[in-house]
Design a protein around this ligand. Structure first.
Ligand code: HEM
Ligand code: HEM
Length: 120
């Protein structure tokens, strides 16, 4: 169940990432390249990979805090996409959004690694 939720979310994020990529190509404005890259890499690649890993190691997926990694992953992707998007649109005053989301992304990976080492 958790694995499937990760893969479903990853599929939604890659669609959004591709729409942004096509928009960048169509307008020949690549200024949001890092936003596009991280939406795809954290949303599609990282969340998709976490889904496949949870599918392969059900004991890790069943761990008490595994569900928390799912919600923190969403907060990281959405927060980093908005935060990085605003930064590359020149709105530097919103930098804390990118900073906080990136720290949440890091904390989430530490939690994921911990759950894996403990339960796999
Ligand atoms: C419809 C699909 C996609 C389109 C139209 C598209 C379009 C683009 C464009 C226009 C750029 C900017 C290139 C530049 O200025 O150098 C770019 C960069 C990038 N895209 Fe995509 N993209 C697509 C899908 C993806 C996917 C699925 C991923 C990841 C899994 C991805 C990862 C990246 C990365 C990492 C960069 C930065 C590359 C670098 O550092 O030079 N893209 N993409
Ligand atoms: C906490 C999460 C992350 C933060 C804060 C972060 C930060 C950054 C920054 C500051 C850059 C330079 C952007 C620029 O060119 O101005 C960058 C580039 C890049 N990062 Fe990340 N990153 C994160 C996660 C990841 C992950 C998980 C992946 C791959 C799975 C990744 C792959 C890349 C790639 C391919 C580039 C070069 C493309 C680009 O310039 O946008 N990053 N990242």
């Amino acid at each position: 169940m958790l694995a499937e939720k990760f893969v479903k979310s990853a599929a939604v994020y890659i669609i959004l990432g591709m729409i942004l990529g096509i928009y960048m190509s169509a307008t020949q404005d690549h200024s949001q390249m890092p936003t596009h890259a991280h939406l795809n890499l954290l949303g599609w690649v990282t969340m998709g990979l976490m889904g496949l890993i949870y599918k392969n190691w059900p004991a890790v997926a069943a761990a008490k805090f595994a569900k928390l990694t799912y919600w923190l992953a969403h907060v990281s992707v959405i927060g980093l996409t908005i935060g990085v998007g605003l930064l590359y649109a020149g709105m530097m005053e919103y930098e804390p959004i990118a900073i906080i989301s990136s720290l949440i992304a890091l904390l989430n990976m530490i939690l994921f690694a911990f759950l894996f080492f403990k339960n796999a």
